[in-house]
Design a binder for this molecule. Structure first.
Ligand SMILES: [Fe+2]
Length: 153
């Protein structure tokens, strides 16, 4: 079963939602690959692509949270690090296999992905919604200004 975006997942009707939709696409790609009896190499490729976007997204989300004065910033950032560590543990497991080895135990990996993402989206990120609503202007423009000021500073 693939993940499907629902309106109730919305956090900011902006960049965060966009990122979450990309995450759903990348998770779905992993889920599809898992269904097709992949080799370790094939599955790793999809997982790397998911990890790349997850890391990028978590950073953007943390910047916006800081700018919006979200009080549970440190806890949320710790949860992001924990999520990446969980993903890395799974990657290490796959990296230890010969690249042509078939991947077994796909059910556990699928369950991990559903939980990994839905928990983030449905529980944790919903908490930031009221804070992000207070930010004036487009979140994309805010992030652009923020990254320019980081580079300048
Ligand atoms: Fe998020």
């Amino acid at each position: 079963m693939l993940l499907v975006w629902k309106d109730q997942f919305a956090v900011d009707n902006g960049v965060i939602d966009h990122d979450h939709k990309v995450l759903i696409d990348r998770i779905n790609k992993v889920l599809q690959t898992l269904t097709a009896q992949p080799t370790a190499e094939e599955l790793l490729k999809d997982f790397y692509s998911l990890r790349l976007h997850a890391e990028f997204h978590f950073k953007r989300e943390e910047h916006l949270q800081a700018l919006a004065g979200f009080p549970a910033l440190a806890e949320h950032a710790a949860e992001h690090r924990e999520m990446l560590a969980e993903l890395d543990a799974l990657l290490e497991e796959l990296e230890a296999l010969p690249s042509a080895a078939p991947v077994l135990d796909t059910r556990k990996k699928k369950a991990f992905l559903y939980y990994w993402f839905l928990h983030h989206l449905l529980d944790t990120d919903q908490m930031i919604k009221p804070y992000l609503e207070k930010l004036e202007g487009s979140h994309e423009a805010i992030l652009e200004r923020f990254s320019r000021s980081q580079k300048a500073g």
